[in-house]
Design a protein around this ligand. Structure first.
Ligand SMILES: C[S@@+](CC[C@H](N)C(=O)[O-])C[C@H]1O[C@@H](n2cnc3c(N)ncnc32)[C@H](O)[C@@H]1O
Length: 382
């Protein structure tokens, strides 16, 4: 059995979210080196089995937790075959598990991913008895996916401990226009620096992704609804589950609004499914009259229309960003802002002193999380 105190992991995420993921891993007790080894869409760290379970259950900005099984150089299939057949799959994968293989390759002699996947599958099959094989397009939350990634002739073989990606959280069944991926929403909420108890709002909430993420964070609930994970079919993970102890959240004030009635209906239904319906006040309202702007200082986190995704002309969107900025300034000092934009120039139209917290990719579009605060000089200015 491998050393269970120091499992080598690669926590995969959208490129650009690595620093936030590294901070989350550290807060969840994983050993992240100094400086953290981040980049290429993930964070290298170490944790024991209970730590792997904790990461899977509580990470909000990541997509998968991969267990690194073996790493070697290979320039020919014969070499690859020999090394991959020596990998200790039976130490990790339970007999009879439901399994899939995936292969990717870049800048390497071994570029034929079909050939890599076939050899990997044969090696796993030879090492672990009674496996049930899924096709490349079959879906199963708890299937064990064995990956090989070849980069510049270096082969990394890993086992996914997650299964269904962590950003698919199980409650957003209703969507409005241009729904935001939950991991990016989570990143935006964390980057805003919200203290999880003071007033919080999203005045362009669409299907409610941001307020729902915020409410679950404030209530101490894991990001996803209860689900199955691939680690349930890995050796030594039986009984590693943990109990949830949701906080009270009685004084929580989260305001979510949108001018679109269909969006509000979708957001409400999603919030109920997410178990936070009672903690979010939904209202159909234009930005200029959004409920979050009726109180005092607050944290305002939003994803205004990008223009590109909803097919509008970015120039026509400037008034939306100007109104957003003016309303935030009106809330006064102590107001924190996080805004996701695809065009930085539109972010500038808010007139707020925003800086870039992260740059990532959303459905093929580069998007930036801008954060900042309203200071005394700006407060109330038009
Ligand atoms: C990019 S979508 C938000 C997506 C949302 N974060 C989600 O995950 O579903 C932008 C939203 O802004 C809303 N919106 C655009 N202009 C608005 C305005 N002037 N007042 C209020 N809502 C507005 C749209 O109805 C749309 O739902």
């Amino acid at each position: 059995m491998p050393d269970s105190d120091a499992l080598p992991l690669f926590v995969a995420c959208l490129p650009g979210l690595e620093e936030l993921v590294a901070a989350e891993c550290e807060a969840l007790g994983a050993h992240v080196g100094r400086p953290p080894r981040v980049g290429g869409g993930g964070v290298a760290c170490r944790a024991d089995r209970a730590g792997v379970v904790r990461l899977n259950r509580w990470l909000g900005c990541a997509s998968h937790v991969l267990l690194r099984v073996v790493r070697f150089r290979a320039r020919h299939f014969a070499e690859f075959d020999k090394r991959v057949r020596a990998a200790p799959f039976a130490e990790w994968i339970e007999a009879g598990a439901c399994v899939q293989v995936r292969a990717s390759s870049a800048r390497s002699k071994l570029y034929h991913t079909g050939g890599l996947a076939e050899r990997l599958r044969n090696a796993v099959d030879a090492g672990v008895p009674g496996l049930r094989w899924l096709g490349p397009d079959d879906e199963d939350d708890a299937a064990v996916v064995v990956h090989v990634r070849v980069f510049e002739d270096e082969c990394f073989v890993s086992i996914d401990t997650t299964g269904r990606p962590l950003h698919a959280r199980g409650y957003r069944l209703a969507t409005a226009k241009a729904p935001l991926r939950e991991d990016i929403a989570h990143a935006l909420v964390l980057a805003s620096g919200w203290d999880r108890s003071s007033p919080f709002g999203d005045p362009m909430c669409g299907s409610g992704t941001i307020p729902i993420v915020a409410a679950r964070l404030a209530l101490g609930l894991p990001p996803s609804l209860p689900r199955r994970f691939a680690y349930e079919h890995l050796v030594g993970f039986a009984g590693s589950g943990e109990q949830e102890h949701p906080a009270e959240g009685a004084s929580l004030r989260i305001a979510a609004s949108d001018r679109d009635a269909g969006a509000i209906a979708a957001a409400q239904a999603n919030a109920v499914r997410a178990g936070v319906g009672a903690h979010i006040e939904f209202e159909m309202a234009p930005l200029s009259a959004a409920p979050i702007f009726r109180g005092g200082a607050a944290t305002v986190v939003s994803n205004a229309p990008f223009g590109l995704r909803v097919g509008s002309d970015p120039g026509r969107l400037a008034p939306v960003y100007q109104t957003f900025g003016a309303r935030c300034r009106y809330l006064g000092p102590g107001t924190a802002v996080a805004l996701l934009v695809a065009d930085r120039r539109l972010g500038l139209r808010t007139g707020l002193p925003l800086r870039s917290a992260f740059l990532t990719n959303h459905g093929g579009l580069k998007v930036r999380g801008l954060v900042g605060a309203v200071d005394d000089a700006l407060a109330g200015s038009a």
